[in-house]
Ligand binder design. Structure first.
Ligand code: C2O
Ligand code: CU
Ligand code: CU
Length: 564
């Protein structure tokens, strides 16, 4: 009996290895840096695994996108051109920026259009990411591969002796999994988990890492699964950063749970490893009780997966020769974070995970399914608030809020764990627990454009487990009703630059939309800097309408122009 069983297991193992190849070299996303970023969203296909190619979506790529390097203090300009057949949005997860630039469900990018948000980077050095956020389309578009890393640099981090040679001793790792149908298409509906691990889009990924101190920037880019990460020899590794910045000092751990949307940066010391030896980064996801995302025992079905409730390899590491200037030690301290406390908060809010409507989606927040036109919370600019998220329901979740980085101040289970340290924008919320954080809502007030808070599980978010808040500035007076300001466009016709002449002063532009002759939107320019004209060189020649919304009154006026 046992012999037969192990024989069958052997056959299965051999079959798996033959079909999928033992290891494939980890894909390291290419990089973009500077202040001007061109991102093309494309429908394409990729050889994700042997057999048919898979229909995918990518950013300048066949799956996933380039890693964007931002310097704190720079104003970064995005030029996003969508060649997709569907509408989408691109959200800058973790970035502190105006809501109109945020790329949430309201900043829709229709097919064939250009969106040009920009903002001043004020975030701390850490690992962030960008991904689609169109309501009810997030799971499908993330599954197909839209997304990418953002790495922010700042002077404090730059002054530390940390590994930071991208792709050599500083490795981005986007962890996710996919389920394929019989023709190798991604399954994008009625599934919470993939069956096959993809690390940066690579199946059975391996990487060579030098025999020295190595930094891994880990992002859980899953739909729902959490990862309980550790190394195959149970070695200690060190957390140096969480979602929104460095932690005060490297934190030694042997396991760390990373929920959907969360990032951690870790240091792994390979100096005592023999060149040519191997080591695996693994997800120790077996043995959790129900409620741990990916702990469900079933191997198939909507909530099952071949990777559920088991230990599996995330990355196979081959130790190679050290580089010429290796980092060989770890700073004892990293940064001196000053956090707000409960005592600083002047507003307390509670959010409850609740059951969705019978027959509808399984979960929502505060018994209120997401509605695009409902503002759930109004927050005063510069307020420090304390939010308690309570989950007395059947399952764990990943709670995320836009606009801010927060500090977790308490939890009802496991206290505030080591991986809750530092500035966070996502918290993993186990079943039958609550967590409390403090955040300050600075800088960007906009009564029109909301920010989101939601469960980051794509099926839950798409299903309405999301709410929205606006940040308002009560110190500015309510404007009395004004008339829309007049403007004219010159030269008209125009080839490259279109200039705007305003009548009167103090005219601030809130939004510009350019529509073609049949009224289809082609350009979306939030808060454009119009002093030097608008670059229309990418438009095809023809008749257009420019619709301008004014900052103070939010009134819109439209003028025609001709592109030569
Ligand atoms: Cu990473 Cu609202 O999202
Ligand atoms: Cu976000
Ligand atoms: Cu959820």
């Amino acid at each position: 009996m046992n012999v037969i069983k192990s024989f069958c297991l052997m056959i299965m193992t051999i079959a798996m290895n033959q079909v999928y190849g033992q290891y494939n070299d980890l894909w390291i996303p290419d990089t973009l840096s500077g202040t001007q970023f061109n991102l093309n969203l494309v429908d394409t296909f990729a050889q994700m695994r042997p057999g048919n190619q898979t229909i995918t979506e990518g950013v300048n790529n066949k799956f996933w996108g380039p890693t964007l390097f931002f310097n704190q203090g720079d104003t970064v300009h995005m030029n996003i051109q969508s060649f997709l057949n569907d509408s989408t949005t691109i959200h800058w997860h973790g970035m502190h920026l105006p809501a109109v630039m945020d790329g949430g469900p309201h900043q829709v990018i229709p097919p064939g259009t250009i969106w040009q948000p920009y903002w001043k980077v004020t975030n701390n050095a850490a690992t962030y990411w960008y991904h689609p956020h169109l309501h009810m389309m997030t799971q499908e578009q993330m599954t197909k591969g839209l997304g990418g890393f953002i790495i922010v640099r700042d002077p404090i981090e730059a002054a530390l002796a940390l590994p930071r040679t991208y792709g050599v001793d500083d490795i981005p790792l986007a962890l996710t999994s996919r389920r394929f149908d019989a023709s190798n298409a991604f399954v994008t509906t009625n599934t919470s988990y993939g069956d096959y691990m993809l690390t940066n889009g690579t199946l059975n990924a391996q990487v060579s890492l030098p025999k020295q101190m190595v930094r891994l920037r880990i992002l859980n880019a899953e739909m729902e699964r959490a990862y309980n990460l550790g190394f195959s020899d149970n070695r200690t590794f060190y957390i140096i950063a969480t979602d929104g910045g460095l932690v005060d000092a490297p934190t030694p751990v042997t396991r760390v749970i990373v929920g959907v949307g969360e990032r951690i940066e870790i240091l792994v010391d390979l100096q005592n490893d023999v060149v040519g030896s191997t080591l695996d980064l693994k997800a120790y996801n077996g043995g959790f009780s129900l409620g741990f995302p990916g702990g469900e025992p079933n191997p198939n079905g909507q909530f099952g997966s071949l990777l559920n409730n088991t230990t599996f390899t995330v990355l196979h590491i081959n130790v190679s020769n050290p580089t010429s200037n290796p980092i060989t030690s770890m700073p004892a301290t990293l940064v001196n974070n000053t956090y707000w406390t409960a005592a600083d908060a002047t507003v307390n809010r509670t959010i409850n995970v609740t059951n969705g409507n019978p027959g509808g989606q399984p979960f929502d927040l505060d018994n209120t399914p997401f509605a695009l036109n409902t503002i759930n919370k109004t927050i005063n600019l510069n307020t420090i608030e304390k939010w308690t998220i309570t989950n007395n329901n059947v399952f764990g979740h990943s709670f995320h809020i836009h606009d801010v980085e927060f500090k977790i101040i308490s939890r009802t289970v496991n206290n505030v764990g080591t991986f809750d340290e530092g500035w966070k924008d996502v918290l993993y919320l186990p079943v039958n627990s609550s967590a409390t954080f403090v955040a300050r809502f600075d800088d960007y007030a906009d009564p029109e454009h909301p920010f989101m808070y939601h469960c980051h599980f794509a099926p839950h978010e798409d299903g309405g487990m999301m709410g929205q808040f606006v940040v308002v500035d009560n110190s500015t007076n309510i404007q009395e009703q004004q008339e829309a300001k007049e403007f004219s466009l010159f030269p008209n016709p125009s080839k490259d630059k279109l200039h705007i002449a305003f009548q009167g002063e103090n005219f601030e532009v809130y939004y510009i939309k350019i529509m073609d002759a049949v009224g289809r939107t082609v350009y979306m320019l939030p808060r454009p800097q119009v002093q030097n004209g608008i670059d229309i060189s990418q438009l095809t020649p023809g008749h257009y309408f420019l619709q301008l919304t004014e900052e103070k009154t939010k009134l819109t006026t439209t003028q025609q122009f001709i592109k030569e």
